[in-house]
Structures are given as structure tokens and as C-alpha cells.
Design a protein around this ligand. Sequence first.
Ligand SMILES: NC(=O)c1ccc[n+]([C@@H]2O[C@H](COP(=O)([O-])OP(=O)(O)OC[C@H]3O[C@@H](n4cnc5c(N)ncnc54)[C@H](O)[C@@H]3O)[C@@H](O)[C@H]2O)c1
Ligand SMILES: [Zn+2]
Length: 354
Amino acid sequence: MVEIIVNLEKNSYPIKIGMGIVAEENFNKFGCGKCAIITDSNVEKLYAKDLEKKLNQEGLFSKVFSFPAGEKSKTFATVISLGRKMIKSGFDRKSLIIALGGGVVGDVAGFLASIYERGIKFIQIPTTLLAQIDSSIGGKTGVDVPEGKNLFGTFYQPLEVMTDINFLATLPKKEIKNGLAELIKYGMIKDSRLFEFLRNNYSNLGEKELAEIIEKASGIKAAIVSKDEKESGERTILNYGHTIGHAIETIENYRISHGEAVALGMVCEGKISNTLGLLSAADLKKQIELIRLIGLPVNYCGNTDKLIEIMRRDKKAQAGNPHFVLPIKIGAVKNEENKFAFAVKENIIIKSLK
Ligand SMILES: NC(=O)c1ccc[n+]([C@@H]2O[C@H](COP(=O)([O-])OP(=O)(O)OC[C@H]3O[C@@H](n4cnc5c(N)ncnc54)[C@H](O)[C@@H]3O)[C@@H](O)[C@H]2O)c1
Ligand SMILES: [Zn+2]
């Protein structure tokens, strides 16, 4: 087992990574009476019973609360419905929420934990590659509204992240690809060696390779969050590909997955950086090639005006101007005095979308 610490003073917590680690955990140590296992309809069928059994063996009371799988469930309505069911089942301030699932479960369960009776303890058990390398770490929680993605939410850190690689055995290939999109992101913004590792191994990811990339990515994210929990500086770089990516998800009403949208976003935002003379044509080509080789989309034909209108409401936008993280080479982004996202002229944004 590998342990990585997210260092946030009194809110610090470990990310434990390994095979079969959930079965070996001691859940009593969290000092909570009742455990609410929050999950989605797919993960419930696969893993909820085992976790319930494990908690019962430890003498803990647990109950499963699930919602229909998919981004369309990442709403206030889901959070309220789960919360009301928990109240009716007698969960109180001393209870623990366990987020068992992908990024959607983590964001919904974390948001609920942050507001349930003004905040109760929660832990993350991520079951998708994307959640294991990204969304379970760092305490961003939230829900979508028709106006845009993640526009409501909180920063609320879990007590622990249990990254059990065994869960990935049942994950469909398409979902592995979604995780790889965020991995390309880490490569582009921070780690050229991770980018190269992906180029060499994307078609042959066994347990060993998966463990390696999960540990690497978790380490990168933990270090960035430890420096900048509330995204006032460097944490912004994790949004590479997301300004355009989130707008595409919104406009397509989540028919395109988060990973696919981020892939398209990185293609366009990489082009913006190239047009501005920051990212070389060779590095841009390498990025687009890797996205294509993995089987993620590289071309998007959507309504440009609508995309820009949605980007104006992005959380990084300032005075209605969308801002972008701009790679200067594979493994590094533009940074000016702790500023990591930049406004870009509309004609350049439009050109990148063509
Ligand atoms: N909070 C953050 O910092 C952060 C960071 C990145 C992404 N996100 C969010 O994460 C979400 C995307 O997460 P995701 O890609 O994990 O999507 P997801 O949670 O919808 O999971 C994808 C699919 O895989 C299924 N699944 C999950 N685990 C499985 C398993 N082990 N075996 C078989 N099927 C399984 C799910 O039921 C679902 O159908 C988006 O909403 C995105 O905004 C949040
Ligand atoms: Zn993302």
C-alpha cells in the first residue's frame, strides 16, 4: 500500500492506494456511529453489499443510499432526496458519509456531507479511474444546474481517500479512457514524464501500470491542493481543458462524458496556446495525437456563440471574460506572479473551436 498525504494543517488526510485495501481498512477509527453509503445504481449492484458486510463485521450500522448513475443525477434534487432519506433513517451529526463510486457520487456525497446538519464527516472510496486520480482528492464538491456545470458547491475535505485498484477490474473501457483524459491533463500541465509514460503504455495498461499512474497523478494533485486548497493560485492549472470542456458538456446536456469533453477542451485550449505563440506546433501535435490514439475525440462541431456564452459564466471568468490555462510546453503552463489563467481575445477562441 502507498500512502500520500494531502497537507492542509488540521484538515490533512491520507490517500491510501493499493489492491484490496478497503477490505483491510478499519472503519471504526473514524469514530462514527452510523455509516451512510452513498453510491449510484451501477456501483450499488457491484460493490455496496460487500462494503455493508465489511462494516457490519466491524459492528457498525450502515445503510445504502443510491441514485441513478450518470452526470444527469448531479443535481440539487439528488442531494436533497438523499439527505431527506438520511434524516428519515435517523442519521445525525455523528454519522459518516461514505462516497462509493465515480466522480459524480463523490461530488454529490461530498456536497451533502458539507451541508448535512451543517457538516458531517465523510470519506471517499473512488471506483473509476477518473475519480481515483482526480475527483476524490482535494475537496471540491458540487452539483450542476442548466446554466452550467459545478456552479454550486463547496470546498469540503474528506477524512481519507481509499483508492482500491481492484475496483477498476469491472470498469468499462470507455470509462478508463475518460480517466486517461485527465491523465493527459496532468502530463500537459505538470509532468512530461507522465505524458511519455502514457504514450508508451496507453494500449497496455495492466495493474502495475495503473498503480503507477494512479500514484503519480495522486501525488501531483495532493501537492497542488496542499499548496493552494481554495484555488487562489496554482490549483487553477488543474482546469486546463475545462473552460471549453465544461461548456461543451453543458451545451450537449451531458451526452458527451466529462473525459471526452476535457479531451476536446484540451485540443482547443492547446490550439489557443499555440496561436498565442506559447505552445509549439510539435507539442500541440503530440498532445492531439495521444488524445486520438487513446480513442478520445479531437473534433467538435458545435455552436460557437453558445459555447462562448456559457464560458462567460465559467467560475474562472472575470467580468464575463473566459480565462484559460495555457501550456507553454508538455509539462509546463504559463505563470505570471501566481496568475495561471488568462483572458484571450474572442477571435482567437473562435479560431480554436473551428
Ligand atoms: N471534484 C473534483 O475535483 C472533480 C475533478 C474531476 C472531475 N469531477 C467530476 O467527476 C465527474 C465524472 O466522474 P466519473 O468519470 O467518475 O463519472 P461517473 O461517476 O458518472 O462514473 C462513470 C460510470 O462508471 C460507473 N462506475 C463507477 N465505478 C465503476 C466500477 N468500478 N465498475 C463499473 N462501473 C463503474 C458509474 O456508475 C458511471 O456509470 C464529473 O461530474 C466531473 O465534473 C470532479
Ligand atoms: Zn475534470
